[in-house]
Design a protein around this ligand. Sequence first.
Ligand SMILES: [Zn+2]
Length: 258
Amino acid sequence: MKIKSGRTGRARHRWVRNRRVQAARSAAQLQHKASRLKHCDTCHKPTNGACVQRFSFSKKQQDSHLIKVECLNCDQQSRMTAYRKTKRLDNQIMLAAAFFVNDEKSLLEPWMQDDWRAEQRADMRKRIAKQAEYAADYREVAAAEEEIHRAIKIMAREVWSKWLQSYYRKSTGRGHAANVNGIEVLVWGCAGRVVMTINGKQGEDLSVIFDETSEEPRAGRQGIHATKDQAIKLLELVTAGSTDFQAAIKPSDSVSML
Ligand SMILES: [Zn+2]
């Protein structure tokens, strides 16, 4: 590869050398980063290629800095420790809870008792045993998921079906926003799916995904950073303020997927 620099003589020589130094430095950084991912910062066991990385982001330098590498077990442990303190839900916790509770339920199903499913049952028991310390939390989270889902269904009926679906389908822009009494609703759609994010006043948020064309409202939870009570409150506020949000919503170019 040829480098066009427009420089000549000594300046060019220095420039090329600097480029080489920079390239070597970033290669070393990459290598350092790759070796950092090999072991968990908490339990120091090998991560075997599966780990969670936490970054701090410096706005000033527009750069992120790797602050912690954890194996999946330690990551789950820190998540659950935080959950016990704050009861704040996130997608990972809810997914883990859904799998756990599903295993527990499936094990009791009559069709699961067939002889040829013995191996499957053994796998499920192994998975359950491995996470037994979180069993009570997972059951609590799964129950929260059901409650949140009920509130989503009510909101979908009152907001999505009553006006948001037709509003969205008539609009030409993808992004829309409404703010009513400090509760922000952002709507963005693509490929037949429309995502509504509700941002609360304390940094809590909940995202709901809708099927754009379905006549029966089809809605589900997409993302969450909130306690169960906060999430339900957000849904109730949007449901109760449906006409206010309808009046406030307008296209917004700044709304996008992330
Ligand atoms: Zn670990």
